[in-house]
Design a binder for this molecule. Structure first.
Ligand SMILES: Cc1cc2nc3c(=O)[nH]c(=O)nc-3n(C[C@H](O)[C@H](O)[C@H](O)COP(=O)(O)OP(=O)(O)OC[C@H]3O[C@@H](n4cnc5c(N)ncnc54)[C@H](O)[C@@H]3O)c2cc1C
Ligand SMILES: NC(=O)c1ccc[n+]([C@@H]2O[C@H](COP(=O)([O-])OP(=O)(O)OC[C@H]3O[C@@H](n4cnc5c(N)ncnc54)[C@H](O)[C@@H]3O)[C@@H](O)[C@H]2O)c1
Length: 460
């Protein structure tokens, strides 16, 4: 049985652990899918390439408000799709080639890994060949997550898509049903609607983006209702396909909806349940994650985990941070570093964009925490006014002494603007210091943040 210094399961964030400091380690990477993982192949990167194209289309649709009459002559879906994947697929192929044949100390096993013992694995090759077994001094579980699909759809025989394949459609459908009301539903509903598809969103919750601050949830859902057909409190109970190809979903208490394509975006499950981790002596958390401590160590000596398979955050910047922590701790076991999940920002790249960091107003209220808040409209600062933005806002939450507690943005460039407050929170700067201790370029959009901070009714 081959024995390695280190085995990494998963070629997404796990692959980024290896740099020249590991050149004298005997390393194995096990990957059962496309090399490079979710973010590169089916996640962050291709989705944002589509979002960008759709933002361009949306700008054309909204141009007349500024005295520019423009219209979309044609959406060339195959060209949009091929622009994305002609750039992405070679990166994945290049990454695979580098590990398979250009990294002398790395063995790439292309197959599905399951544990057979504490640090022993069986790999079932994807090409159907004979299973290999291997052992290692150290194992990093970086196996990610996968889309979940409600049984009433999965078992119906009706064709459906997930984020794994919807970006590779042959043609744009005329009508699309999107099931789910979270990140993926919000981003793809924008993408397809802006490209001219008639979108119906169906979610079992009472609103879209319901994990956000309550004001974002309320206002985003209201805007979505203006743009798509939206069914809330409406979990599907059955799916069927008519002979003409029409897909019909039955919704709990809300009749049926119809479409020509069905996208399921109802959350992602960590992949730890498909690896026999019990053979190592590990037990998954109630929500299916591989449990780790603050050093990304599992309860088993020599086994680490990172990213979607173990993290409470299914976000790439978190997986990257955790991978850097594991990298350090593999190289410097006597001086381990801890992961920080103190201020994890996130953004939904829909239209409008949404971005968040820190606590939500409902959390502060429920916890009885003393706080003040300010909601600053984009339209009330110079650049937002120039844009005639009527819906966007920045909400800032702080202790009465100015300690920043949370920020929630909805509107143009929200994902970039919020970084100012992420930085302030991480470095412990108070609202009054951030607002008045620096120049704010006039009349740039960050004046939104300056005014939000100045508007907080602080006790100081
Ligand atoms: C549509 C979509 C859009 C997203 N957009 C964003 C975004 O804009 N910003 C953001 O921060 N995050 C985004 N995310 C989330 C982000 O992609 C993930 O959090 C991140 O990629 C997780 O990285 P990872 O290394 O944990 O897992 P992955 O990158 O998924 O890597 C795990 C790898 O392990 C392999 N694997 C799993 N089990 C086994 C096994 N038993 N044997 C062998 N190989 C195995 C898988 O094939 C996979 O390649 C998005 C996700 C999706 C689905
Ligand atoms: N911009 C980003 O950072 C980004 C983009 C996409 C995905 N992601 C990551 O991927 C994860 C998965 O995304 P997601 O959108 O699939 O999950 P999600 O957890 O964000 O949302 C799932 C949604 O599906 C709904 N739902 C669940 N079961 C349902 C059912 N049976 N019928 C109808 N609706 C149902 C939920 O109410 C919820 O609205 C996200 O949590 C996020 O961490 C991040």
């Amino acid at each position: 049985m081959p024995h390695h210094d280190l085995v990494i399961i998963g070629s997404g964030s796990g692959n980024s652990i290896l740099d020249s400091r590991f050149d004298d380690w005997d390393v194995a990477i096990v990957e059962h899918g496309v090399f490079g993982g979710t973010c590169l192949n089916v996640g962050c990167i291709p989705t944002k390439m589509y979002v960008y194209a759709s933002d361009v289309a949306q700008a054309v649709r909204e141009a007349s408000a500024y005295g520019i009459d423009a219209s979309i002559d044609k959406v060339r879906w195959p060209d949009i799709r091929d622009r994305v994947f002609s750039r992405i697929d070679p990166i994945s192929a290049g990454g695979r080639r580098y590990r398979a044949s250009e990294s002398p100390n790395v063995t790439l096993y292309e197959g599905h890994a399951t544990f057979t013992g504490e640090r022993e694995l069986a790999v079932a090759p994807t090409d159907g060949g004979a299973a290999a077994t291997l052992s290692a001094d150290r194992v990093v579980i970086a196996a990610g997550s996968r889309p979940t699909v409600p049984a009433c759809i999965a078992e119906s025989g009706v064709p459906f898509h997930t984020s794994d394949d919807v970006m590779r459609l042959d043609d744009l459908p005329r009508r699309m049903i999107v099931v789910g009301g979270g990140y993926i539903a919000a981003e793809f509903a924008h993408v397809f609607d802006a490209l001219g598809v008639d979108v119906t969103v169906v979610t079992r919750g009472p609103a879209l983006l319901r994990e956000q601050d309550e004001l974002v949830t309320e206002r985003f859902t209201a805007l979505a209702r203006d743009r798509f057909t939206v069914h809330t409190d409406a979990a599907p109970t059955a799916a069927e396909q008519r002979p003409d190809g029409t897909i019909v979903l039955t919704l709990a208490g809300q009749g049926t909806v119809e479409g020509d394509a069905l996208l399921v975006a109802t959350g992602r499950a960590p992949n730890g349940d498909r690896m026999d981790v019990a053979k190592t002596g590990l037990e998954l958390t109630d929500d299916g994650r591989v449990p780790v401590d603050e050093y990304q160590r599992t309860g088993v000596e020599g086994i680490w985990a990172l990213g979607d398979v173990s993290s409470p955050y299914q976000l790439k910047h978190v997986a990257n941070h955790e991978a850097r922590v594991v990298q350090h701790n593999l190289l410097h076991p006597d001086t381990p570093r801890a992961t920080s999940h103190r201020f994890v920002p996130s953004a939904v790249f829909s239209h409008p964009q949404v971005a968040a960091v820190g606590q939500r107003e409902q959390d502060l209220r429920d916890a009885g925490t003393a706080y003040v808040s300010k909601v600053q409209a984009y339209g009330d600062v110079a650049f937002g006014w120039a844009m005639e933005d009527r819906t966007g806002f920045a909400k800032v939450l702080a202790s009465p002494d100015g300690t920043l507690l949370g920020a929630h943005f909805m509107g143009p460039q929200a994902s970039s603007l919020i970084q100012v407050l992420v930085q302030a929170m991480v470095f412990g700067q108070k609202a009054q210091e951030v607002a008045t201790g620096q120049y704010w370029i006039h009349p740039a959009l960050p004046e939104l943040i300056e005014n939000a901070l100045l508007g907080l009714p602080l006790d100081v």
